[in-house]
Design a protein around this ligand. Structure first.
Ligand code: HEM
Ligand SMILES: CC(C)=CCC/C(C)=C/CC/C(C)=C/COP(=O)(O)OP(=O)(O)O
Length: 303
């Protein structure tokens, strides 16, 4: 009896955690941690690191859970999101609301009590940017939803930097700009091969409103802007050769895939390339932030 109850509560916990979109949030938190570690030549205190990481992670999970609560109907209309807990009914609406409120409140409290008020307010603004402005207002209103809403997804390194220094210097804004220019090609690649699902859900994504050719061209242009923006850490003396070489290789991969997608004439073949580009975009950002960190530590070691 007791084992059965434990198994059930474990299964329920797993379903609750899924509301927080754990894989996306893992990369978001990683980018915030890199921001924290880049902010100082020394290691920040472990207590500060833990409180800031937990605080940002909890608020981000809360924001994702609110997104799931707001989008139950839309999620039910798309194959990709039909297995989400609220759509399947494996989590009740009230439990999800409680989960979202508690994670957000505890996260904000951790930031306010153990980090600093600037980080707490910036994280709260990021929460509103994603859960309210992007999800509630922009997503169904304009194909530029991701360009405007992407600002909240780009905040993690700023939050990390603010947590350690209590300020937002130009270096933090450069990292913001990198994620900000990365987000549209990341999402539009997915929107290309999932366009039928988005059309069914009634969402005005770029491939539906402006067609495939325009979306592919937009991806290529953003990839070119991204290549320029990701050179800024070297140009501004923030990063050295290790980051420089890594980002050159990463950008060659991004640009060549975006170029191939733009050139491809077939729809089905283009979808295959778009899927590949979407997967690559995730590795790209993870490796880029890992390279920033390794390069920073290398510079500290040789200094
Ligand atoms: C508002 C901006 C963003 C939008 C609209 C967006 C959109 C999406 C969508 C729709 C997926 C789901 C793909 C699927 O289910 O197959 C996804 C996956 C993913 N996104 Fe984004 N994204 C955004 C920003 C970000 C940011 C800022 C990060 C990290 C810093 C990120 C990291 C990821 C990761 C790691 C995945 C893969 C998740 C998995 O494998 O389950 N995204 N994104
Ligand atoms: C406090 C803090 C750091 C918050 C960050 C949260 C944030 C900005 C997340 C953005 C990434 C994300 C889950 C996009 C999914 O887009 P979507 O919701 O359109 O995708 P879906 O169709 O899969 O629901």
């Amino acid at each position: 009896m007791r084992t059965l109850a434990l198994t059930r509560s474990h299964a329920q916990l797993t379903e609750l955690l899924k509301l927080g979109k754990p894989r996306v949030i893992a990369l978001i938190v990683f980018c915030a941690v890199v921001g924290m570690l880049l902010a100082t030549p020394q290691l920040p205190s472990i207590a500060l690191l833990l409180a800031a990481t937990a605080g940002i992670g909890l608020v981000a999970s809360g924001a994702a859970a609110f997104n799931c609560l707001i989008e139950v109907e839309r999620d039910g209309n798309m194959r990709r999101t039909q297995q989400r807990p609220l759509v399947k009914g494996s989590v009740k609406h009230g439990d999800a609301l409680l989960y979202a409120l508690i994670t957000t409140a505890v996260g904000l409290w951790l930031l306010g009590a153990f980090v600093n008020m600037l980080t707490m307010w910036l994280t709260l603004a990021t929460f509103f940017g994603y859960a309210v402005i992007y999800t509630r207002l922009l997503k169904a209103a304009t194909p530029q939803n991701i360009v405007i809403g992407g600002a909240s997804g780009a905040m993690p390194p700023i939050l990390g930097w603010a947590a350690v220094t209590g300020s937002v210097p130009p270096e933090a804004m450069v990292l913001f700009l990198i994620i900000y220019t990365w987000t549209p090609p990341h999402f539009w690649a997915l929107a290309i091969y999932r366009r039928d699902e988005y059309a069914k859900a009634g969402l005005p994504m770029l491939p539906i409103t402006h067609g495939l050719a325009f979306t592919r061209l937009s991806i290529l242009l953003y990839a070119a802007i991204l290549a320029a923006v990701t050179a800024l850490p070297v140009a501004l003396g923030m990063s050295g050769w290790l980051y420089g070489i890594s980002v050159a290789v990463l950008n060659a991969g991004f640009l060549s895939r975006a170029f191939k997608l733009w050139q491809e004439e077939g729809e089905a073949e283009g979808d295959v390339i778009a899927r590949e580009l979407f997967k690559y975009s995730i590795k790209y950002l993870a490796y880029l932030f890992a390279a920033l960190l390794l390069d920073h530590w290398l510079m500290v070691l040789v200094a």
